[in-house]
Ligand binder design. Structure first.
Ligand SMILES: [Zn+2]
Length: 201
């Protein structure tokens, strides 16, 4: 999971930078609190969180569970963003004013990892972990989506209520990689017989 939306201007202001960090942490915390077994947190890294699940006998079931959880993360993320934004209306710094501009991206990949124990930390290593990190930088012109690599998509399949687009990314070290990117549907694409959740303040 990776949060985007805050750009360099925040780093140029001292107070904004402090609040930005607080806000990002708070939003990640909301998402992580929502994560349930088999999904587990490995580490937080700035505005990103690395989670993993072990594929058990029914690999497809685990992958679908993870995909459903990723979709649910968006609800808690925006719910927390609205709460934070309403709590911070009095502060006119950029970080507090721009909370509702923040967006969440999820990157789902299936592969092999090696756990390297360093003191009490379990560091995830291996080529597949590198792939996930590389994918965060991509050519997709959107800041809100769920991205699945081919290996994950084979297991999990499509996501409900989202539009899929297949993209090709290329990296110097890992080469070309095909990904399926799920975008949220626009309001007017949602059929009236589907429930529409809205919050009013
Ligand atoms: Zn502020």
């Amino acid at each position: 999971m990776d949060i985007s939306g805050y750009t360099q201007f925040i780093r140029s202001e001292k107070m904004s930078a402090v609040y930005a960090e607080e806000i990002i942490f708070n939003l990640l915390e909301a998402v992580i609190d929502k994560a349930a077994y088999p999904l587990m947190l490995n580490k937080l890294d700035g505005d990103a969180a690395l989670l993993y699940a072990e594929l058990e006998d029914d690999e497809a079931a685990v992958a679908r569970d993870v995909a459903r959880q990723a979709q649910a993360f968006y609800d808690v993320f925006y719910e927390r963003a609205r709460l934070l934004s309403s709590e911070r209306t009095d502060c006119d710094c950029n970080a507090c004013q721009r909370i509702l501009d923040l967006r969440l991206k999820a990157f789902l990949h299936c592969g092999e990892v090696v756990f390297k124990k360093i003191r009490q930390f379990e560091e995830m290593a291996g080529e597949d972990v590198i792939i996930v990190h590389r994918l965060i930088k991509n050519s997709i012109p959107s800041n809100e989506y769920i991205l699945m690599t081919e290996s994950f998509y084979q297991l999990a399949g499509n996501l409900l209520d989202m539009n899929m687009e297949t993209c090709h990314e290329a990296y110097e070290d890992i080469g070309a990689i095909t990904v399926n990117v799920f975008h949220p549907k626009k309001r007017n694409e949602i059929k009236p017989d589907q429930p529409i959740y809205a919050q009013f303040f």
